[in-house]
Design a protein around this ligand. Structure first.
Ligand SMILES: *Cc1c(COP(=O)(O)O)cnc(C)c1O
Length: 473
């Protein structure tokens, strides 16, 4: 049988393990791991023989396969990517990019012991929540503050504390789903609360809330409809009126604000959302994310009345939702940038990208095009386009931007896109109208150089091999 012949020709595991290059791998990886990879590569060939597929018998080729497999298996799964989509708060790409100033603090806390829960001067136990509470109350003018894992956790903690087994009143126009998994009705059910819907999708009046309040009511919840807009014939209740109603009935008014905007974007010419400080004035508790417009790490921030915050601090659930020390370090450092009142528009990358001037964007696009222009087999074009904010914020805001459009001549757009995604770091672009679009809004100067280098390598590879056989445009 031919099969038996081939099987006999297949190098043995032990023979491959004796190979010099495989032996070298042992300097980096443990022998058992290397052996498993050798076994897998050989097993694959044996399998090919059994199904009469084309088999590789050359030991040197098999050694190469082992090395490739080892490299692949040991590569980090979570890696940095280049975001050329122009979407500033891209949830799938990790939302906000931290300010460079945060790095020092993050490093100090990560690689040293810290006073996380220790009051050094009082020689006593401290609270991890104290480190940012004062900053948050200063910045938002709220009497008290607490931070948890993310905004979903913040809303859940608030409702579980103040409205467990009770009714939560929400306008029908605010029963939102955010990011595919955060649904207000389901959050309320999850804490054994009962949702009381009031009003209609487009109109909710004060009298709707009034009528719904009874002795079972635990709270009134306002949800910022951050990822969609109801336009046309609409009516909502003014926040101060709603607060007055809640106070008169002894109920907490809770606001799920979603994104925590600390500075007024009107100053930057963007039709703004209310700032946290504005919302705090007309609410008992306000919850928002740390990694949306605030531009910090993933966190859920709660600010508001001290008596409610104190109740949240007593809830056992807080222990399960607690914020990690690295997050706390990054959050404190980010908030300190706002406290120092320095040029937050420059210092916070999210705000910087959001408010980039068209001159700056154009200059960046020119720079990128200039870097790409000399690369063979590539056509580039500079054009106008729009960026989105993302992260479920500003659903209808289109930020004018500049794009560099790229069309490859020696491979298809799909093939180029695949190669860009396989690069280190991967480059995520928009593919539209059979071109690769690079939006410079979310690209750093370093990114521009990385992109040019990657294109150079891809096209050199393609140029050398001439036109692909399956060349398709
Ligand atoms: C984004 C958002 C959330 C979820 O916040 P996470 O920090 O992602 O948990 C909840 N509510 C609103 C209104 C939001 O916009």
């Amino acid at each position: 049988m031919v099969n038996q012949d081939l099987l006999r020709q297949l190098p043995a595991v032990n023979d491959l393990l004796q190979d010099e290059q495989i032996q070298q791998l042992a300097q980096t990886y443990n022998m058992q791991f290397i052996k498993e990879n050798v076994q897998q590569v050989i097993a694959k060939q044996r399998n090919k023989i059994s199904i009469n597929a084309k088999v590789e018998l050359d030991p040197q080729v098999l050694v190469k396969k082992v090395k490739e497999q080892v490299t692949q298996q040991t590569a980090a799964s979570l890696t940095a990517v280049i975001n050329a989509t122009g979407i500033i708060l891209h949830t799938n790409l990790g939302r906000a990019v931290l300010a460079p100033a945060v790095q020092q603090e993050l490093q100090a806390i990560a690689f040293n012991y810290s006073n996380l829960e220790y009051n050094v001067s009082a020689k006593a136990r401290g609270s991890r929540y104290d480190h940012v509470e004062k900053l948050l109350t200063q910045l938002t003018k709220a009497p008290a503050a607490l931070v948890v894992n993310n905004n979903a956790a913040a809303v859940m903690l608030i409702l579980a504390t103040l409205a467990q087994d009770r009714e939560v009143i929400v306008s029908r126009g605010e029963l939102v789903e955010i990011g595919g998994s955060f649904r207000i009705p389901e959050i309320i059910t999850s804490i054994q609360g009962h949702l009381t819907e009031v009003g209609t999708t487009n109109k909710t009046r004060l009298s709707d809330y009034q009528r719904a309040i009874n002795e079972q009511t635990g709270a009134i919840l306002k949800v910022h409809t951050s990822n969609y807009k109801i336009v046309g014939f609409t009516e909502t209740v003014a926040e101060d009126q709603l607060l007055q109603l809640a106070r008169s009935k002894g109920l907490p008014l809770i606001t799920d604000l979603g994104s925590g905007l600390m500075v007024d974007l009107k100053a930057a010419g963007i039709e703004s959302e209310p700032t946290v400080a504005q919302v705090v004035q007309n609410s008992d508790l306000v919850a928002f994310s740390g990694d949306k417009l605030l531009g910090g790490p993933q966190a859920g921030i709660i600010v508001g009345q001290k008596k409610y915050i104190d109740q949240l601090k007593q809830n056992q659930l807080l222990r399960a939702l607690r914020i990690d020390k690295l997050t706390l370090a990054a959050l404190e450092a980010t908030l300190r940038i706002y406290q120092q009142g320095a040029d937050v528009w420059q210092a916070i990358p999210t705000l910087q990208m959001l408010t980039s001037s068209s001159e700056l964007l154009l200059a960046k696009a020119h720079k990128l095009q200039k870097l790409l222009a000399p690369i063979p087999h590539l056509t580039t074009q500079l054009c106008e386009g729009f960026s989105a904010v993302g992260g479920g914020t500003f659903p209808d805001l289109q930020l004018p931007t500049f794009l560099v459009e790229v069309q490859p001549k020696s491979l298809s757009v799909t093939q180029l896109d695949t190669k860009l995604r396989q690069a280190a770091p991967p480059i995520i672009t928009r593919v539209k109208d059979n071109t690769i679009q690079l939006d410079v809004r979310t690209l750093s100067d370093t990114n521009l150089l990385q992109i040019a280098q990657t294109f150079k390598e891809i096209m050199a590879d393609k140029g050398a091999h001439g036109h692909e056989e399956n060349f398709k445009r």
